[in-house]
Design a protein around this ligand. Structure first.
Ligand code: GLY
Length: 370
């Protein structure tokens, strides 16, 4: 079993990573939460339907009083109303500070249940139990727990480090292809920005022409190593900049333009991972145009994208909509645009005030013509 020791200012905790670690959960709970008299598992109705039996086994194996709270599935439910519903149930169940809340699900559940756990009684024990690749390599680690307000994403929240994280790669087998692509985009981000070995492992272990290549990839033993590498990087980044003053922002490589593409695509259904994939290509392209990076680098990344079915061409969208979104982002974050660019593989650099012509040129050149 792999164990990462996360050391933060808020607390020290362990991240356990192993296929089928779910079978060991009751033992881990007994060892690490001996004062708990209740556990509450929070998940979505959709995830509950997929993992019903596993969830029941986890809870029954723990042999202490337990409850399940079900939330409707989807980003639109990551709001104060759902938090209020959770508070009501935690109060009905008479949950105390030593009792344990388990956030079992993807990023939405991790954020929502994490925020409720952080604020109820000014903080109860929290176990993050991510069921998606993005959750396992990124969002469950680092203590950002947030909800949306009105139309604004992730504006209410706090830093609350979990007391334990359980990562079971076997839970990923139920993901569909789009969810896998979402997660692979984040993994590629770690490979480009921090650890080139990740790109090599992905490259060597993906069969280019196989129909179900992504499913096969996540079932390989080596995928647990990839998750471990990413989780370790995230833990180190958080240790350096827990409260997100600067360095942690490197985790947003590809996200600046990615968010703008996501917004501009609106109904055309570019999901987050696809948008980040395209955003990373734009960041690489801008780095080329500014003379920071060699041209061949982009081709190497596109070759890996092709194997992993990640999109590298932006669908035909209104360039103005993408740029308006970037302008809006600039207003929120201060008067200058800020990009994470590359001076080479694993050599990220913050870059301010990239000229508009360079950005629009890069987006147009990497956009479908019809
Ligand atoms: N997912 C970005 C961060 O945790 O900072």
């Amino acid at each position: 079993m792999r164990v990462i020791y996360a050391c933060t200012k808020i607390r020290k905790y362990k991240i356990f990573i192993n296929p089928d670690i779910t079978n060991m959960f009751p033992e881990l709970l007994r060892k690490n939460f001996s004062n708990a008299s209740k556990i509450v598992l929070i998940t979505s109705d959709k995830i509950f339907n997929i993992f019903k039996n596993r969830i029941r086994n986890i809870l029954e194996g723990c042999s202490i009083s337990n409850e399940i709270i079900l939330i409707k599935d989807g980003e639109q439910y990551k709001n104060i109303k759902s938090v209020n519903d959770i508070y009501k149930k935690l109060s009905d169940f008479n949950i105390h500070r030593d009792d344990v809340v388990i956030a079992f699900g993807g990023g939405v559940i991790g954020d929502l249940a994490g925020f409720a756990a952080a604020t109820y009684h000014r903080g109860v024990k929290l176990i993050q139990y991510p069921t998606t690749i993005t959750g396992q390599v990124d969002s469950s680690i680092g203590g950002k727990v947030v909800i949306n307000y009105s139309n604004y994403k992730n504006v209410i929240g706090c830093f609350y480090q979990p007391h334990m994280i359980i990562i079971d790669p076997v839970l990923l087998y139920s993901l569909d292809e789009l969810q896998i692509i979402n997660g692979l985009a984040e993994i590629i981000k770690y490979g480009i920005v921090f650890d080139k070995k990740i790109l090599n492992i992905l490259d060597e272990n993906t069969e280019a022409e196989s129909k179900d290549r992504l499913e096969k990839l996540i079932k390989k033993k080596v995928f647990t190593d990839i998750i471990y590498r990413c989780a370790l990087i995230k833990t180190k980044v958080v240790r350096k900049d827990e409260f997100d003053y600067g360095y942690r922002n490197l985790l947003n490589f590809g996200h600046t333009i990615g968010h703008c593409i996501e917004k501009a695509a609106n109904l055309k259904k570019v999901n987050h991972g696809q948008a980040v994939s395209m955003g990373m290509i734009i960041a690489i392209d801008i780095s080329n145009k500014l003379g920071l990076l060699r041209r061949e680098f982009k081709n190497r990344i596109i070759d890996i994208y092709k194997k992993l079915k990640l999109p590298f061409i932006i669908p035909k969208l209104e360039l103005n909509n993408i740029m308006d979104s970037l302008e809006h982002d600039k207003k929120i974050k201060g008067s200058r645009n800020k990009f994470i660019l590359l001076k080479g593989l694993n050599r990220p650099v913050f870059y301010y005030n990239v000229e508009k012509d360079i950005i629009t040129g890069s987006i147009s050149e990497n956009m479908a013509k019809n």
